[in-house]
Design a protein around this ligand. Sequence first.
Ligand SMILES: [Cu+2]
Length: 193
Amino acid sequence: MLGLVVATFALPAVALAADPTGTISGQVATKAAKYRVGVVVFLDKVPGSFRPPARPAVMDQQGMKFIPHVLAVQKGQTVMFTNHDAVRHNIFSPDGEKYNLGTWGQGESKPHTFSSVGIFHQLCNVHPEMGAVIVVLENPYFAVTNEDGTFVIPNVPPGKYTLKTWSEKLPEHSQQLTVTAGAPTNLHIDLGR
Ligand SMILES: [Cu+2]
C-alpha cells in the first residue's frame, strides 16, 4: 500500500518535464561546519539583461548584529536597512559606491539601491564590532547557503554555465555545469577548510 502511495507522488515529477527551466541545487562542504553558511553561489556572466526584482531585500540590525550576515541581491535592487534595536545604529560602506546612510533609531528604515556589482561591506560607526556583507550580482541566478550548506537556484534556463562561489572566509570556487530543462542539477561543492 505504501508503495502505491509513493508511486502516486512520483507521477508529478514526469509532469514537471514540461518545465522550460531547470533547478540547480546542492550543498557546500567544508571541514569546519561554521563556514558552510553564508556562501554565495552564483552563475557568472550569463548573457542577456536582467530586470532587478521590484521588491526590496532587507538587512536588519537586531541584537547588535546585522541579519543576515551575508545578503545577495541583484544589480539595481534596493535593500531596505531596518533597525529593531533600542539603540541607534548607523550604516555605511567603504566599498564601491561608498555610502553612509546615517544613524537612526528603532523602527526606522532607510533604502539604498545598488547600481553596480561588487562586494559591499556593511559597517556601523556606532558599533565597530558590527559587520555584514552585501554581494551585488549581475543576474538573478544566485543563492546564499543555509546553515547546513544547502542551496537552491530555481528557474535557470537550460544551458552551459560557469558557477562560482563567494565566501567571506573561503577561497573562490569555479566550475562548469550544464542545466537541463525540467531536471534538477545536483552539486556537491567541496570548499576545503
Ligand atoms: Cu550599530
